[in-house]
Design a protein around this ligand. Sequence first.
Ligand code: PLP
Length: 284
Amino acid sequence: MSLSAPTTAAAAAAAAVAKTSVAEALSAVKTKIQASAERLGRPAPRLVAVSKTKPVSMLMEAFEAGQRHFGENYVQELVEKAPNMPRYVKWHFIGNLQSNKVKHIVSIPNLYMVESVHSVKIANTLNRLLPDTREEKLRVMVQVNTSGEESKSGVEPSGCLELVEHVMANCTKLELVGLMTIGRLGDVSPECFQLLAKCRDDVMEKHATSFQDGLELSMGMSGDFELAMAHGSTNVRVGSTIFGARSYPAKAAPAPPASADASAVPTPPAEEQQQKEQESTNSK
Ligand SMILES: *Cc1c(COP(=O)(O)O)cnc(C)c1O
């Protein structure tokens, strides 16, 4: 690092970098994905830009650079952002979904996929509340808890097939397209990814004819998307590498007013946030 005072030119350059940083970071991620895909001899996975906690202005930078798939974790945030972004955006809901929140997201016309279906109840609620005016089925993925951590959302691997079959048999407004997992935080071993692939294989073994194009695997985030690709990911969810580290309010909010829905608002202390946001904080 240079210790000299910044020149005007340097300051201008820094400002230019800051201004184009989302587009540049996005481009760098896409280049890495492309390179890995070529090495693996596979098609590149879909890139979902995970934009939770980031302002619409940053999402628009990515949109203008060609990004179309965006992922959000919090119902309230998705509901606020969706009308403020172009209709061409393909929204993915990737957070822990509670059935009492489903009604808020189903009316988003360009909700493209819910990656985090983790129970029969959520599947049924989505299926029941999706408006008849929707032009296409809602793509869903079954979220599998591959790390065995109690705090993580998702069905046990042993319950995956059953939930998949429930959706196939009973949820006519949903299209089961794949399986999703988060994996163990900070773990760079491929165990969780292999387990998700095994779950996919189990489903395919029984239902190959229902999934002529195969089943997708949504796995891989900023720290491990290349590893996930090596294990067959078709959908990577990358946030902080594109939009920068997430910052949260310095203080957790005090007790919310009775009418507010605290679980939809990201307010835990920053140091706990990375962990919390990927966990199911609601066991019901
Ligand atoms: C936040 C989040 C991501 C993106 O994480 P980064 O490490 O910022 O890339 C992906 N998937 C889920 C489910 C998340 O909650």
